[in-house]
Design a protein around this ligand. Structure first.
Ligand SMILES: Nc1ncnc2c1ncn2[C@@H]1O[C@H](COP(=O)(O)OP(=O)(O)OP(=O)(O)O)[C@@H](O)[C@H]1O
Ligand SMILES: [Mg+2]
Length: 303
């Protein structure tokens, strides 16, 4: 089957800065694919190349099986984009924002009206359709951005941090909607800093850093491979505990006030520590995508 996105050795330079060094991935039809990475990793820059906002410096790109540059117009008509920054027209009403946007796709007015109504209902904004966009809360504006990206009934939905700034209720609501869309066969490319979002929505993902892809895989496989099914956290470990862990030879991270042990035998270790020291400051928990992310990209702040 033809890939919806086939990106090979994508590269983007801004003057002397290499924002995207070498990024390759493919996204299959019906998949939700994630681009994860710290601030400045090159996610937005990669995404912008995918919808023609920013020309590629080097590399090859095919969407829907078509070479990108030669088919830009046809490709753009089939993509929906929710950019990282909200760019709604704040002087217009919620409904007008969707209608104005629909003109870029030459959608007949009646059809646009119906779709706008349906999308606003779908994202729980129907009751605010006549409100000025400026009067919406940040979370509602974000939901409107996502709704607007669907006005052309795209075959590929590109979402750059769709749920940033949403409260837990709205985030859950958007996740449920995206799951519905995915189940209906929509292909989605998503960036997010919420690991829970990536683990829940993405069939596959890449973690990138400094313009390079570090790993690619299914969330569950990445967790098994780079964090382990279980992780043992030891809070305020004393010297003897530290020594004990070091002697055992398991992989661990020492954060000073906390040790994180990544081992196939965390459960055993938990029991041992309980017997020899105290289990009071030991926490046995499931490995998460956040563990993977931090192990691969480090803990120091970016930018
Ligand atoms: N138009 C531009 N001109 C110059 N440099 C840019 C431009 N856009 C992005 N950059 C730089 O390219 C690098 C990658 O930025 P990008 O926005 O792609 O990161 P990101 O992974 O989306 O980060 P975030 O998680 O903060 O959104 C950064 O160093 C950024 O400063
Ligand atoms: Mg970004």
């Amino acid at each position: 089957m033809t890939a919806v996105i086939a990106a090979k050795n994508l590269r983007k330079l801004f003057g002397s800065l290499t924002a995207v060094a070498d990024v390759s991935f493919t996204v299959k039809k019906g998949e939700c694919f994630g681009l994860l990475g710290p601030n400045g990793a090159g996610k937005t820059t990669t995404i912008r190349m995918l919808y023609g906002f920013s020309p590629v410096t080097a590399g090859t790109l095919e969407l829907f099986g078509m070479p990108f540059a030669e088919n830009l117009r046809a490709i753009k008509l089939r993509i929906g984009v929710c950019q990282q920054e909200n760019n709604l027209d704040t002087d217009l009403t919620v409904n007008e924002n969707l209608l104005v946007f629909s003109r870029y796709f030459d959608i007949p007015r009646e059809i646009a009206r119906r779709r706008a109504r349906e999308l606003l209902e779908f994202f729980a904004l129907g009751h605010r359709s006549e409100a000025k966009t400026a009067e919406l809360s940040g979370g509602m504006q974000r939901r409107l951005m996502v709704a607007r990206s669907l006005i052309n009934q795209p075959d590929l939905l590109i979402l750059d941090e769709p749920t940033t700034g949403l409260d837990p209720q709205s985030r859950q609501q958007v996740w449920a909607r995206l799951e519905e869309l995915k189940n209906a066969g929509l292909t989605i490319l998503l960036t997010t800093h919420y690991m829970e979002e990536a683990a829940r929505l993405c069939d596959r993902l890449v973690i990138m850093d400094r313009g390079q892809v570090l790993v690619e895989g299914k969330p569950i496989d990445l967790i098994r491979r780079h964090a382990g099914r279980e992780v043992l956290e030891i809070v305020q470990p004393d010297g003897r505990m530290r020594e004990y862990i070091a002697r055992r030879g398991d992989a661990f991270e020492d954060l000073g006030h906390r040790l994180l042990v990544y081992s196939q035998s965390c459960e055993e270790l938990f029991t041992e520590l309980g017997a020899q020291f105290s289990a009071a400051n030991c926490l046995l928990r499931m490995g998460t995508l956040e563990d993977v992310f931090l192990r691969l990209t480090g803990r120091e702040l970016r930018e």
